[in-house]
Design a binder for this molecule. Structure first.
Ligand SMILES: Cc1cc2nc3c(=O)[nH]c(=O)nc-3n(C[C@H](O)[C@H](O)[C@H](O)COP(=O)(O)O)c2cc1C
Length: 406
């Protein structure tokens, strides 16, 4: 339809199809503003996404230690580079190393603890055992034989190990080769596949000393009992203000903080969906949201998709040598599982509640329940799930060797 014009050549309002200039102008104005705001919003969101590391998963200084392992350099330092990639509680990385040409001394860093989540420092000792295992595995790969003395100085409880170095033929073991590929897998596991008993036995054989062993929960009834106990322990931690606060203190939500501190629990390896991970990097996650996500993930993904659960057990959970040995065993088990294409995740809420009960004078609820699941005379120092992976587990941040030297 042809437009009609007034004498002045301006549109009139005589036809509803002819839009008056004032309205046109306003609408156009609003359109421009709207488009501008939209562009700004998208631009702002994109900027926030970039700032939050949405497009940079697993990169930057916080993750460089994972690529440094194979890089040429000093052989002795290479052992420390392997050690820092070990599993460790809350990614606190509670270690320090003193390096000399013929020896490496491993110390606990007393500032890197998780308070009421680990009141007896059980998990710290296990973590140090994990680091020691990687360090020892790296020896032959760099032509160095290692001789380990645990807790070599009675007067210094932070002196965890003295590792004397000698020469040996260079040979990288399969477990050493797995060090940079090992990641805690918090994603769903493949529920259509079980883990063969022979595979579980082979992993169990890696955890076999007089005082340290492995208990598997494979049958439906024991899996259900342990799964329920773990969910209840998760709820108990969330309901315990001190444990919940100390747990959240190691949660790193900003990309800047992750890249600066290079430690702590981060969203990428949490097992959450890609969308939740992206949103969590854009909008700061509160303690409440963190707890909700944790409990929901445990309830809907981590417990129900486990092919089996396991517990590393010791005769005396306060014996530090047994704890360190258990940590070394966990690291070996995780590396071996990685090579076998299996996924594992420590889920230690039950031992964490047991230690809390012991130190806070609480009723022995979880202590009693866990004892009834285990062989007599043994105590769980680490509990975990195992299964076949459904996706690639992501890296967690690490401080490089250069930042953990004394
Ligand atoms: C003693 C110990 C206890 C742990 N407890 C848990 C746990 O309860 N839940 C969990 O998701 N991961 C747990 N982990 C795994 C650590 O969070 C993980 O090793 C750390 O964040 C570094 O990540 P990475 O293993 O992928 O390198 C534990 C690890 C150790 C050594």
């Amino acid at each position: 339809m042809a437009n009609r014009s007034s004498e002045k050549g301006e549109p009139t309002t005589s036809s509803p199809e002819i839009v008056p200039r004032t309205r046109l102008t306003r609408r156009a104005f609003l359109g421009v503003v709207g488009a501008g705001v939209g562009t700004l919003a998208v631009g702002g969101l994109t900027w926030k996404a970039v700032q939050g590391g949405v497009f940079a998963t697993g990169t930057g200084p916080a993750y460089a230690a994972w690529d440094a392992l194979g890089a040429p350099g000093d052989a002795t330092l290479a052992l420390v580079s392997a050690a820092v990639l070990a599993a460790n509680a809350h990614n606190t990385q509670p270690w320090l190393f003193r390096v000399s040409p013929d020896r490496i001394d491993l110390f606990a860093d007393p500032t890197r603890t998780i308070g009421a989540m680990d009141p007896l420092l059980r998990e710290r000792d296990l973590s140090l055992g994990c680091a020691l295992e990687n360090l020892v595995l790296a020896g032959p790969a760099h032509g160095l034989a290692t001789t380990v003395a645990l807790l070599p100085e009675a007067s210094d409880p932070t002196h965890i190990a003295r590792v004397n170095l000698g020469a040996t033929a260079t040979a990288a073991s399969p477990l050493y080769a797995a060090i940079a590929n090992r990641h805690t897998d918090r994603n769903a596991y493949d529920t259509s596949r079980t883990v063969a008993l022979a595979q579980l036995d082979a992993l169990g054989a890696l955890v076999d000393t007089p005082d340290v062993g492995l208990a598997w929960f494979v049958r439906d009834a024991e899996k259900a009992t342990f799964g329920e106990l773990t969910l209840r322990a998760t709820e108990a931690i969330i309901a315990d203000p001190q444990q919940a606060t100390d747990d959240y203190a190691w949660y790193r939500s900003s990309w800047d903080e992750i890249q600066t501190k290079k430690d702590g629990i981060t969203i990428d390896p949490s097992g959450q969906s890609a969308l939740i991970r992206a949103l969590s990097k854009i909008v700061r996650v509160t303690q409440q949201q963190n707890n909700d996500g944790w409990l929901n993930g445990m309830r809907t993904i981590q417990v129900p998709t486990a092919a089996a659960f396991g517990a590393i057990v010791v005769r005396n959970p306060t014996d530090r040598i047994q704890r360190l040995t258990a940590g070394r065993a966990w690291q070996r088990l995780h590396l071996s599982a990685t090579n076998a294409g299996l996924a594992v995740q420590p889920i230690c809420q039950v031992p964490e509640r047991i230690d809390r009960e012991t130190t806070a004078g609480l009723p022995a609820d979880f202590t009693t329940a866990m004892t009834s699941l285990l062989p007599s005379g043994t105590h769980a120092v680490m509990t975990f799930r195992i299964g076949h992976p459904t996706t690639t587990a992501l890296r967690s941040p690490r401080r490089p060797a250069s930042e953990v030297l004394l």
